[in-house]
Design a protein around this ligand. Structure first.
Ligand code: ADP
Ligand code: MG
Length: 398
């Protein structure tokens, strides 16, 4: 789960990471009020969307009087910010964060990730802050410093000092960076984060080290331990189809193709997508309905897949292990009775009681296309989709 910059800053501040003074606003008037509260004569008005790269697309505005704060906020509210991370549809701005402008001397990069290879938290830092880490890795890989946190003892102050020296930080500033790294690591571990990123971490003209941006993501499977973090979920920032699926206990990722997939098991779902591509089609989604594949889940899956207007054919691929194909077949029939499918539908069943399952589907009178193997299923759904396209073209022409 992702959260907003202002939320991440509030959390990290609680762990001793210094941030500039700031306040959240839901309206331009409130933004101006926040600027007055903060004081000073320069502010930044920052669009709160779940994405980095806001600065490059006008989502971060530097202003120098209260009216400008209001105008900048006015311009941001309701806008859909399109960054390199959001996809072409962008993300809507419903909140802005007003922050005192900081006199920046140096911009650094500081990140904390779960490194799968070492199975440890890894601190990643670079003297080339401000750019995205992918850009740094491409353009200035020699500036990247990595340090692995030993779980038995936690991050050590000497490690933090080493990082500070490698970044070329002034000796006087080293203790501040050490505190920041210690604080971030503590937050990472205690809150089951999967990523903490401060980009940029800045050195100010008056010798302070501050987090100017903050991003945190959390392990969804550990959220039950952190109700105060779950509460920060902002559904306006998520793909509505994925939110809907998560609320129904399904694992869904929208992909933009036109062949809807309903599959049980993540591995089989990925293999199904591969086979569709191999057969010349484009999958509309990844959908793992879980091991059970009860009629209710199958029905929910059909509704979800069909809510994507791009879907022009559907492939159901179920492997029954503990489950039984005859139960799954009953489930498909019940689901289709509740929500008829208007596009070509290919069903492939395999596993326990497969013969009975196929018989039930064949006897149902539903316009299903059967397939015995995964390859056959992929071929048939792509062919059925092509034929249906031909049919609609013919219908338009006649
Ligand atoms: P994003 O990463 O989404 O573009 P950032 O919060 O990193 O957003 O802001 C982009 C840039 O704007 C920063 O690299 C920094 O140069 C500038 N900036 C952000 N916050 C402040 C601030 N409080 N004072 C001065 N400059 C800021
Ligand atoms: Mg940033």
């Amino acid at each position: 789960m992702e959260i907003h910059e202002y939320q991440a800053k509030e959390i990290l501040e609680g762990f001793g990471v210094p941030v500039p003074p700031g306040g959240l606003a839901y309206s331009p008037e409130q933004a101006a009020y926040r600027a007055r509260e903060i004081g000073g004569d320069r502010w930044v008005v920052k669009a709160q969307v779940h994405s980095g790269g806001r600065g490059k697309v006008g989502g971060i505005k530097l202003v120098s009087d209260e009216h400008e704060v209001e105008d900048a906020a006015d311009e941001l509210f309701g806008k859909r910010l399109v960054t390199h991370q959001t996809g072409p549809e962008g993300k809507a701005v419903y909140r802005v964060y007003v922050e005192g402008a900081v006199d920046i001397e140096r911009e650094l990069y500081l990140g904390f990730v779960l490194d799968r290879k070492s199975e440890r938290i890894m601190v990643v830092a670079s003297a080339a802050g401000g750019m995205e880490i992918e850009e740094i890795a491409a353009a200035r890989p020699e500036t990247i410093v990595r340090s692995v946190v030993e779980p038995a003892v936690g991050v050590q102050a000497f490690q933090c000092r080493e990082i500070a020296f490698e970044l070329g930080l002034d000796a006087a500033l080293v203790p501040q960076l050490v505190n920041i790294i210690l604080g971030c690591c503590k937050a990472f571990e205690e809150l089951d984060a999967t990523m903490v990123e401060i980009n940029p971490l800045v050195v100010t003209g008056d010798g302070r080290v501050l987090a100017l941006d903050a991003k945190m993501t959390f392990d969804d499977n550990a959220l039950y331990r952190h109700p105060q973090i779950s509460e920060l979920r902002d559904k306006s920032q998520e793909d509505p189809r994925e939110t809907q699926a998560a609320d129904r206990g399904l694992n869904y990722v929208g992909l933009g193709g036109n062949i809807g997939c309903i599959v049980n098991g993540a591995g089989l779902a990925m293999a199904t997508m591969d086979m569709i591509k191999l057969a010349g089609g484009e999958p509309a989604n990844f959908l793992d309905i879980g091991g059970g594949a009860t009629p209710e889940r199958v029905a929910k899956a059909f509704r979800l897949v069909q809510s994507d207007r791009k879907v022009e054919a559907i492939l159901v691929n179920i492997f029954a292990g503990i489950n039984r194909c005859d139960w799954v077949a009953e489930g498909i029939i019940q689901a289709l009775e509740k929500a008829p499918v208007e596009v070509p539908l290919v069903v492939r069943l395999a596993g326990t009681h497969v013969e009975q399952g196929r018989k039930i589907l064949a006897g149902s009178g539903l316009p299903l296309i059967h397939a015995a193997t995964l390859a056959e299923a992929a071929d048939r759904v792509v062919t059925a989709w092509r034929n249906s396209q031909g049919a609609s073209v013919r219908a338009v022409m006649s």
